[in-house]
Design a protein around this ligand. Structure first.
Ligand SMILES: C[S@@+](CC[C@H](N)C(=O)[O-])C[C@H]1O[C@@H](n2cnc3c(N)ncnc32)[C@H](O)[C@@H]1O
Length: 292
């Protein structure tokens, strides 16, 4: 059954209004598949009937469920690996020094989907527990999808999900087998909290995050919503904090509040003192780096 253009427009409008995400052409082809389970669960016979219910506003909660079903939640443990190595090589050693007295780090994974990203971060710290002894590590995972956050909180992954990004040693060390698959062990769960949150709204701790990961979330936002998201991200960062985006995502041309780190390309800093970030047409980068 072919979904009509007007129905597609209604669904795309609903998704964009709630999350800022645009329904790309490739995802338009999959609308029926994406919504099939929801229709079954709610006993709704067809997409036309669903659209009628939505338009008449008979079931207020249904719009959120439809938006959630249309979101792309693709994720896996240590996605793209290299960015996690960069955090370990650049951001964490610097923060370990700068926060040595406070002994506290706040990390935000926004658009964390079903939690693999926050738990990957927790594993970085758990693997080096002696180094972080006595520190409070606070990892907040947020997503606009309440279904994703429920799953993230459970911390249980299927064999297929576990295999995506984790080797056998890491699996056995940080997960225990349970009836539904593999459950993150207490040590991994302890530093991680989850919360439903829309990136387009005020951040959870303005100015409070030492590291923010916002990966593969901004790709399908329209330019206005993308600009707003960068405002939100910048306002959530500590002055000397770090932002990480997904592979192929950049701040360049999107915001004047953030710049690429001189030493760690792919990590972004607030533009303030002009030392840490790359100046696009400024003085020699080495001079700037030496003063950083
Ligand atoms: C493709 S997944 C990426 C997950 C993870 N960051 C990664 O890179 O593996 C994008 C996630 O962003 C979430 N998302 C989309 N729009 C959002 C918004 N406005 N606020 C918060 N989360 C959002 C989606 O629900 C989805 O779980």
């Amino acid at each position: 059954m072919q979904i009509s253009d007007s129905s597609t427009r209604i669904l795309a409008g609903l998704l964009e209004a709630r999350t800022g995400q645009q329904l790309t052409m490739s995802r338009r082809w999959r609308i029926e598949t994406a919504l099939a389970a929801l229709l079954r669960e709610r006993g709704i016979a067809s997409l036309d009937e669903l659209i009628t219910i939505l338009v008449m506003g008979r079931e207020p909660g249904l719009s959120q469920m439809v938006a959630e079903a249309l979101l792309n939640n693709e994720t896996y443990f240590f996605r793209d690996r290299a960015p996690f190595d960069m955090l370990q090589r650049y951001a964490l050693p610097e923060l370990a020094q700068r926060r040595a007295k406070l002994k506290r780090l706040r990390i935000w994974s926004t658009g964390c989907s079903t939690g693999q990203e926050p738990y990957s971060l927790a594993m970085l710290f758990a693997e080096e527990q002696e180094k972080w002894q006595g520190w409070t590590i606070d990892i907040l995972g947020t997503d606009v999808s309440s279904g994703c956050i429920d799953r993230a909180r459970r911390g249980i992954y299927t064999q297929f999900e576990i295999q995506r990004g984790l080797g056998i040693n890491q699996t056995i060390k940080w997960f225990e087998e349970c009836a539904d698959g593999w459950r993150a062990v207490e040590q991994l769960r302890r530093p991680v909290r989850f919360q439903v949150h829309n990136l387009l709204e005020q951040p959870p701790h303005p100015g409070g995050f030492d590291i923010i990961l916002c990966r593969n979330v901004l790709l399908y936002l329209n330019p206005e919503k993308k600009a707003l998201s960068f405002e939100r991200l910048a306002s959530a960062m500590a002055e000397d904090g770090w932002l990480m985006l997904g592979a192929g995502e950049t701040v360049i041309g999107q915001t004047n509040k953030l710049g690429s780190d001189i030493n760690a390309r792919g990590l972004y800093r607030l533009i303030g003192d002009g030392k840490r970030v790359e100046k696009r047409s400024g003085p020699d980068r080495r001079t700037a780096a030496a003063g950083a």
